[in-house]
Unconditional design. Structure first.
Length: 95
């Protein structure tokens, strides 16, 4: 079903590069969104009783460098994981 929608876009005038970039952007946004949800869960756990069970600093403010590095890793993982599907799906001719 996904391929049909993308080939319809190509029939309506989108280039292969546009379709490819859109798929890559979608993959990166999904990966970064999942990372942001995990940061929110970490923040909520840091303010609850769960933080008392761990001997670690779970504050978001204290770990900004780690969170920034994690965000860069999430973007890279999204780009790498979306690259092959984007290239493969955008190579189909419009039907």
């Amino acid at each position: 079903m996904r391929v049909r929608g993308l080939t319809t876009r190509k029939i309506l005038g989108s280039s292969s590069a546009t379709v490819r970039n859109r798929l890559l952007a979608e993959s990166i946004v999904l990966s970064v969104s999942a990372f942001m949800i995990s940061v929110i869960v970490l923040h909520l756990c840091g303010r609850s009783g769960i933080a008392d069970l761990l001997d670690a600093d779970m504050s978001v403010e204290g770990n900004i460098q780690i969170i920034a590095a994690g965000c860069v890793i999430a973007m890279a993982a999204g780009a790498v994981s979306g690259l092959y599907p984007a290239l493969y799906i955008s190579s189909f001719p419009p039907a």
